[in-house]
Write a protein of this length. Structure first.
Length: 201
C-alpha cells in the first residue's frame, strides 16, 4: 500500500490506490492468483483502479528473491504477500519495514517469522499449512500401508525448512517407524531420541 494514501471506511475507495506486492515461487501460482484477484474485487479492490499489484515470480532462486524484495520496497508497497519459507525469509531479510502476510509455512515460529501463533508480533502474520499432529499421522498411515516398515527417510534443506519441527512432529510415538532424516546441506542441531539423523554428501 502506498504511503500517504490514507483511506477510511467511509471514503470512496476510488480516491485511493493501494499497492500490494506478491512474491510467489509456486509453479501453480497463476491458478491461485486468479482466485486472489477475484476475492479482492469482491472486497472492492480493483486492480488498475483502487489496487496496484506488484507481481514477482522468483521460482527457486533465493538471490533473485532478495533482489525482488528490494524492488518491492522501492515500489513503496505497504503489504507483501509471500508464498512458502524461502520467499518469506528473503523478504523479511531485505525489506523488514514492510508488513508481510505469508502462506504455506510449515512452522512460522521455528522459522523465525513470528513470535508465536496466537500473537505473531512484529510485522508478519499469515497461514500455516500444517499442525503438530500431522507428522505422526503421516507415519501411522505409512505403517498401515507397509506394516514391516521400520525406517523412513526425508530429504529436505534445513536452510529453508524447519527441520527440528518436522522431525519432532514425526517422532511423537515410539510405536511408529524410526525417522531417518537426510539433510542437505550439512547442519548441526539436537534431534529427538527416537530418530536418526545423517547429512547428505
Amino acid at each position: 500500500m502506498v504511503p500517504g494514501g490514507q483511506c477510511t471506511a467511509t471514503e470512496e475507495t476510488a480516491n485511493c490506490r493501494r499497492a500490494l506486492g506478491i512474491a510467489q515461487d509456486n509453479p501453480e501460482g497463476q491458478i491461485w492468483l486468479s482466485s486472489f484477484r477475484k476475492g479482492m474485487e469482491e472486497a472492492g479492490w480493483i486492480e488498475g483502479g483502487t489496487l496496484q499489484l506488484e507481481l514477482r515470480w522468483p521460482a527457486a532462486d533465493t538471490n533473485l528473491m532478495r533482489r525482488q524484495a528490494v524492488e518491492l520496497l522501492e515500489r513503496q508497497c505497504e503489504v507483501v504477500l509471500t508464498h512458502a519459507s524461502p520467499a518469506t525469509a528473503a523478504f523479511r531479510e531485505m525489506a523488514p519495514s514492510i508488513s508481510n502476510v505469508f502462506v504455506a509455512i510449515l512452522d512460522p515460529v521455528a522459522s523465525g517469522f513470528v513470535d508465536n501463533i496466537a500473537h505473531p508480533g512484529g510485522r508478519s502474520t499469515g497461514f500455516t499449512n500444517s499442525n503438530q499432529a500431522m507428522g505422526g499421522k503421516w507415519l501411522e498411515l505409512l505403517k498401515e500401508i507397509v506394516p514391516s516398515c521400520s525406517k523412513v527417510g526425508i530429504v529436505l534443506n534445513p536452510q529453508t525448512f524447519p527441520v527440528v519441527s518436522i522431525v519432532r512432529m514425526c517422532t511423537r510415538s515410539k510405536r511408529l517407524p524410526t525417522l531417518l532424516a537426510w539433510l542437505f546441506p550439512r547442519c548441526r542441531f539436537t534431534m529427538p531420541t527416537n530418530s536418526e539423523t545423517r547429512s547428505a554428501q
